[in-house]
Design a protein around this ligand. Structure first.
Ligand SMILES: [Zn+2]
Length: 149
């Protein structure tokens, strides 16, 4: 699953989370974000490509994901921004070792977590599904943000 889609899912979770003290909301939304990551990765998604193509797409996706993170944080109501950031953090956390793995040859997550993360993947070669999911998630975020503003 593209990281941009995880960003959008985590941001929406943070946006829709109940308003409560940050000491409760931030860790709760981060944990929900991690859960959303594994749920989304367990749904069949694009992921089959040769190494050069996959790397090029991953780099573009990472940069788009950063830009989308800034955009959703900027467009969130100020009182929701910390929860939105926590949702993004949690939703992206399981994939944080992928750039590290690229540069250093190994990840830093525990092996049991890598095995679980790898085992739940069902990948196919139809990339447009990722864009459809991104469009649906971005629309959901925009609707929720408009209602809360
Ligand atoms: Zn993942």
């Amino acid at each position: 699953m593209l990281i941009t889609n995880h960003v959008l899912a985590g941001a929406t979770l943070g946006l829709l989370a109940p308003t409560c003290p940050a000491a409760v909301a931030v860790p709760a939304v981060a944990v929900a974000g991690v859960a959303s990551h594994f749920l989304m990765d367990s749904i069949p998604h694009w992921g089959v490509a040769d190494a050069d193509e996959a790397l090029a797409i991953a780099v573009v996706d990472g940069l788009v994901g950063l830009g989308v993170s800034a955009l959703v944080l900027k467009s969130s109501p100020p009182d929701a921004r910390l929860r939105v950031a926590a949702g993004i953090f949690g939703a992206c956390l399981p994939d944080t070792d992928q750039p590290y793995r690229l540069f250093f040859g190994r990840g830093f997550h525990p092996r049991w977590l890598d095995r679980f993360h790898s085992r739940i993947q069902t990948e196919h070669a139809w990339l447009p599904q990722e864009f459809l999911v991104a469009t649906a998630l971005a629309t959901g975020f925009a609707v929720a943000a408009r209602r809360l503003s």
